[in-house]
Design a protein around this ligand. Structure first.
Ligand code: DWN
Length: 401
């Protein structure tokens, strides 16, 4: 029942920044996207082995993103106030930006990337450096942990390829009245904004509330609230509880709130449940590619200099899909020390520290981190005042100041 609708060409591991001597052995795969007629889930056609993406060299540090630190602090405060959980587990705890808001006695992390698991262990949080599976949920129980009142995951569940196993593992370890809260990029926002670069190896799925509702129900869980967030270009925060085992036990469980029905309706109205809508999206993606390549090529032919800010996973998709390399974009600046001094995946554009670049030497800056447009353009006012211009491809290819 899975129907292919988009082919984003040959792609490398989105977050595997390279040294020059690694170019020759770089791993590539074909990035194709499918729609499941049964569940309405949008997923990659072929998954990449998790160990190739999430390992001790993983470079995305949440703690290096100031807006995300604020986001996770506010999220933790809100969850604490509303649910007051006695026990908390975070899946995909990265370098502890969410965890650090909770007491370490009753809070644990799960993080397959060993470099980050070490960081949170050092912060005093027991961290299982493993992938989230039913087997791991059993192991955690066998280690003496009681079921969790709050299980939280941000930008992690959409990375898990086997969703049935993922959700049955949650069911296995969520306390009877517990809440599972997770947030991931929204399929509806991606479609509305034409931000096809949300699709890369790590994002095994791009979730609609509809698809999640279908798959969670199959696994004995139910969505009781769905919030729409602005982070990461538009995300959904999904609140989940156990599905009442018998009709007469309903009163003991949280009622489904209006936000769920509203989200389901909005997605249906947009046509997310129809394959045709996905096929139409492909046309928009192809246009975005043609417009971007045409613009960059023309600027280059006119002797303009172009660089990029934010060596994101998303820009890996754009550069490799559009065939953009160091001839069109001379360098990328990124605040992450582990990315600096390396080359971008597939396109092999040098990644450098922002401090080492005089932006005024360039005419145009491509926004690789378009999701931080306001933060970046605010920081780079001087570039605009000196006549510099920004380029973004979301929601359409545009030059702006
Ligand atoms: O789910 C995921 C999300 C949360 O993060 C992962 N699969 C991987 C990663 O995706 P991404 O690389 O697309 O994420 P961001 O948050 O859009 O990355 C922003 C990048 O830009 C970081 O490397 C930091 C950098 N940056 C910068 O150089 N200057 C960011 C800002 C705000 C800046 O001013």
């Amino acid at each position: 029942m899975k129907k292919e609708f988009l082919d984003l060409n040959r792609q490398p591991i989105a977050n595997k920044f390279l040294r020059e001597d690694e170019f020759e052995d770089e791993f590539f795969y074909n990035l194709k996207v499918v729609f499941d007629d049964d569940t309405k889930l949008v997923s990659l056609k072929d998954f990449v082995k998790p160990e190739l993406m999430f390992n001790d060299d993983y470079v995305y540090h949440t703690s290096l993103s100031v807006p995300m630190i604020k986001h996770f602090k506010e999220t933790a405060e809100m969850l604490m106030k509303e649910f007051n959980p006695s026990t908390v587990m975070e899946i995909g705890s990265n370098d502890g930006v969410f965890l650090k808001n909770w007491n370490n006695d009753n809070t644990i992390g799960v993080e397959p990337c060993g470099n980050f698991a070490k960081v949170t262990e050092n912060m005093g949080y027991q961290t299982y450096s493993e992938f989230w599976t039913t087997e791991l949920s059993e192991k955690i129980k066998n280690d003496g942990h009681v079921d969790f009142d709050l299980i939280y995951a941000a930008n992690c569940i959409c990375h898990i390829q086997d969703l049935d196993d993922c959700f049955s593992a949650i069911k296995n370890i969520l306390s009877e009245k517990g809440t599972f809260v997770f947030e991931d990029p929204s399929l509806l926002k991606m479609m509305e904004r034409g931000s096809y670069d949300q699709i890369y190896d790590e994002h095994a799925h791009i979730f609609s509330v509809t698809a999640l509702d279908n798959i969670l129900k199959k696994n004995g869980l139910k969505i009781f609230r769905a919030d729409n967030l602005s982070v990461h270009g538009g995300s959904n925060r999904i609140y989940v509880s156990h599905l009442p085992p018998e009709p007469y036990t309903f009163f003991r469980y949280r009622p489904v709130e209006l936000s769920v029905r509203e989200n389901l309706q909005r997605e249906d109205d947009f046509g997310l449940n129809e394959f045709k809508t996905h096929q139409d999206f492909t046309k928009r993606v192809e246009k975005s590619k043609n417009d971007l390549v045409e613009l960059l090529t023309k600027l280059k032919d006119d002797g303009k200099r172009i660089m990029s800010i934010g060596a994101t996973s998303k820009s890996t998709t754009v550069f490799n899909y559009c065939g953009i390399d160091g001839l069109l974009i001379e360098c990328i600046t990124d605040t992450t020390p582990d990315k600096q001094g390396m080359y971008s995946p597939g396109s092999h554009i040098p990644v450098v520290d922002r401090e080492s670049v005089n932006l005024n030497d360039y005419d145009y800056v491509f926004l690789g981190a378009w999701n931080f447009k306001e933060v970046i353009t605010d920081k780079e006012k001087d570039f605009i005042e000196n006549g510099g211009k920004f380029i973004t491809h979301v929601p359409g290819v545009t030059v702006f100041t």
